[in-house]
Design a protein around this ligand. Structure first.
Ligand code: ADP
Length: 688
């Protein structure tokens, strides 16, 4: 085939298949990767929003309690900050976000919440002593409770600026009222006021007045059958004693506690147990408050609070509350401060570790229940540690919390979708396989197409060769027929014998012409699958003998060279089912090939043998032979070995094709063994 056609074919293949399919693959790849990018962008966006929301939720965990604290501090500033009734009690203490409270007093001194009411060591005036004695005389000696009441009221009025006097007056009034009234409501009010306003005030003998007052309140509640009020007062007493054990003194604390607990025990054992637990808790709160005070003094925090205090006192415009943050050995100390009217500054310690474990981590745990990702809370800039992230988690966003928790960050992570989604991985693999298979398919298609086209083109070329050769072969006998017929017509032949010779040549050439046309017709019939075979049991040896005779007569005359044909029948052969005429045609073809390509020595050997289920006819010559590479091709349509020697010999290239088709139609075959220069052996295989 010429290079131009090759070139055109290649171009056709490139433009019709390679470029379009490559472009198509590229476009689909692009589309897929764009789709993936979009999907990823959406996910990242979603996780960013998620991280914002989680960070906001975490911020609220502190902001909410902080507002409550503001309110409580405001309320507490108006009242003493002591006891279960204090507005701070539910917000500050063990297990809360705010662990302890301390105060920077207007003087700059630091005090814990338990010591706001600093006892005043006021010198007792002589006048005051006198009034006290007079009031006691009225009560104890004269037994005139009403007059005593008036006397105590006078004392309170005159010395209203002295806490101790007011406290003692309240206690005395309460005592008198409880004798004068039933139910003793005024007494209750007086005790209550004493407990709330002067919790740590002592009498002249150094006893803290609010403790017996609490027990008295419990007694009054019992009298009026207010069980809840009684329990509350007793529990409050136990808690208060626990908080102030040192100020009260071990002996007195023990005595009071035992009295309160006995009473609670009488009501129910659980109540007593609860009170003991409350007391223990109160003690821990007290220790926490002390530790907080110590830590404030240790670091720069106290100095900062004092500075705030001073600036406020100097009338500077400044916020009423805020956060202070200090790095410590244990991590981070966070303090909330609030300015209180008259009482200085309240400093509230945040339980940073507790805030994280009790408040923030549960939020994170809840938010983590996401379909394909999760959130984690880490120190700012720190990596997410085991058990998260899983090795294939990808970080999508980081959001710091708001001050004062800005040392923490919410991290949004996404599990690798492929690692967790077997379908996605499968999809990827299928994709790779599909592309691979498509490429392989393309290659195979290209190969098959090129081969088919080449083959068809070659066949077309061979066909045109065939037409040329057949025409040529037709022309040769026609020419000699025409020539001899003309000679006879012209009457140029005088001799009878000569005339007969002319006629014989005409008959032979006509015969040759007929056979050639027969062959071409058979060939086209077989090609169109229209050939019918007339199968009969035939004696092959006899057929071969007859064919040899026929061949010899055909060759006679034409054979310029001497011809020697020998027949060897090696074994007795059984009759074979065949179409006699067609097989003879095959044999004639093999014989004429052996003659045509038999070289100088026109020797042909025909052997008849059997081999298991086969009967074989071998036609051997000692001629030019066939190169190994051509041996398969000679059976193809119109194929003629590309040899100079072949070219010199007349032929159409359909003889062997026809012979093989006929043999195969008999469920047999034709094979060849040949060596260039040494000759060829063609074997016809027929089934017995
Ligand atoms: P043709 O003889 O008409 O060319 P065939 O189909 O009979 O066509 O043979 C095909 C080709 O096989 C021949 O052209 C020749 O090159 C080769 N061939 C056939 N028989 C022989 C042989 N006995 N020795 C050498 N070449 C042969």
């Amino acid at each position: 085939m010429d290079t131009l056609t090759n070139y055109k074919l290649t171009l056709l293949f490139i433009f019709a298949i390679v470029i379009p399919s490559t472009l198509l693959s590229l476009f689909s790849l692009l589309a897929i990767s764009r789709e993936r990018d979009l999907y990823r962008a959406r996910i990242v966006q979603r996780y960013r929003q998620g991280a914002d929301e989680v960070a906001a939720a975490l911020d609220r965990r502190l902001a909410g309690p902080q507002q409550d604290l503001d309110r409580a501090l405001e309320a507490a500033a108006l009242d003493p900050l002591e006891g279960a009734a204090s507005p701070l009690a539910p917000l500050v203490g063990e297990g809360r976000i705010f662990r302890a409270v301390a105060f920077v007093l207007p003087s700059g001194a630091l005090a814990s919440a338990t010591a706001t009411a600093v006892p005043r060591a006021a010198l007792r005036a002589a006048e005051l002593d006198e009034m006290f004695r007079a009031a006691e005389d009225l009560e104890l000696r004269a037994g005139d409770d009403r007059a005593a009441l008036v006397a105590w009221e006078e004392i309170a009025r005159r010395h209203g600026d002295d806490e101790q006097v007011r406290a003692e007056a309240l206690l005395a009034k309460a005592r008198l009222y409880s004798r004068l009234e039933d139910p003793p409501l005024s007494a209750y009010g007086a005790y209550d006021e004493l407990v709330r306003r002067f919790p740590l005030v002592r009498d002249r003998d150094g006893r803290i007045l609010s403790i017996p007052a609490r027990l008295e309140i419990a007694g009054i509640c019992e009298r009026v059958r207010d069980r809840a009020g009684e329990v509350e007062a007793l529990e409050d007493a136990v808690r208060f004693i626990a908080l102030h054990e040192e100020e009260i003194g071990a002996g007195a604390a023990d005595l009071y506690r035992r009295r309160a607990l006995e009473r609670l025990q009488a009501i129910s054992k659980e109540l007593a147990d609860r009170a003991i637990e409350t007391a223990a808790c109160a003690r821990r709160d007290r220790d926490a408050a002390r530790a907080f005070r110590a830590s404030l003094e240790r670091g720069k925090m106290l100095a900062n609070l004092r500075a705030i205090q001073q600036q406020a006192a100097a009338g500077k415009e400044m916020p009423s509350s805020g956060w202070l943050v200090e790095k410590t050995a244990e991590g981070r100390a966070i303090v909330y401060w609030a300015r209180l009217p008259r009482a200085g500054i309240a400093a509230v310690e945040v339980d940073v570790a507790g805030l994280r474990t009790r408040e923030l981590d549960p939020v994170i745990a809840q938010e983590t229940a996401h379909e394909d990702g999760f959130f984690a809370l880490v120190e700012r800039g720190a990596p997410v540690v085991a058990p998260d992230p899983k090795p294939d988690a990808e970080e999508l966003a980081r959001r710091p919390l708001r001050f004062p928790l800005d040392h923490l960050e919410v991290v949004a992570l996404r599990r690798d979708p492929n690692a967790h989604d077997p379908l996605a991985r499968l999809g990827d693999r299928v994709y790779v396989w599909a592309v691979g298979l498509a490429l392989v398919g393309l290659a195979i298609g290209a190969f098959v197409m090129t081969r088919t086209v080449r083959k068809e083109m070659k066949a077309a070329a061979l066909k045109s060769d065939f037409v040329t050769t057949v025409t040529h072969e037709l022309k040769t006998p026609l020419t000699s027929i025409g020539m001899f017929a003309e000679t006879l017509l012209m009457g140029r032949v005088s001799d009878k014998a000569e005339e007969k010779e002319c006629l014989e040549i005409i008959a032979k050439e006509t015969d040759r012409l007929t056979r050639l046309i027969d062959r071409v017709l058979t060939f086209s019939k077989i090609e169109a699958r229209k050939k019918r075979f007339d199968l009969k049991l035939t004696d092959l040896a006899q057929l071969v003998e007859e064919t040899l005779e026929l061949f010899k007569t055909q060759m006679r005359g034409a054979a310029a060279k001497p011809l020697s044909v020998e027949l060897l029948v090696v074994q007795d052969l059984p009759p074979v089912l065949m179409d006699r005429h067609s097989i003879q045609e095959v044999l004639l073809n093999l014989l004429s090939n052996a003659y045509k390509y038999g070289g100088e020595a026109k020797r042909i050997q025909v052997t008849l043998t059997k081999q298991r289920r086969w009967v074989l006819v071998k036609v051997r010559d000692w001629g030019i032979g066939i190169p190994w590479r051509e041996q398969r091709k000679i059976f193809r349509k119109f194929y003629r070995a590309n040899d100079v020697l072949t070219r010199d010999v007349e032929g159409s290239g359909i003889g062997l094709t026809l012979a093989k088709s006929i043999a195969q139609a008999h469920r047999g075959d034709i094979t060849v063994k040949s060596k260039v220069g040494a000759g060829s052996t063609f074997t016809l295989w027929l089934r017995r």
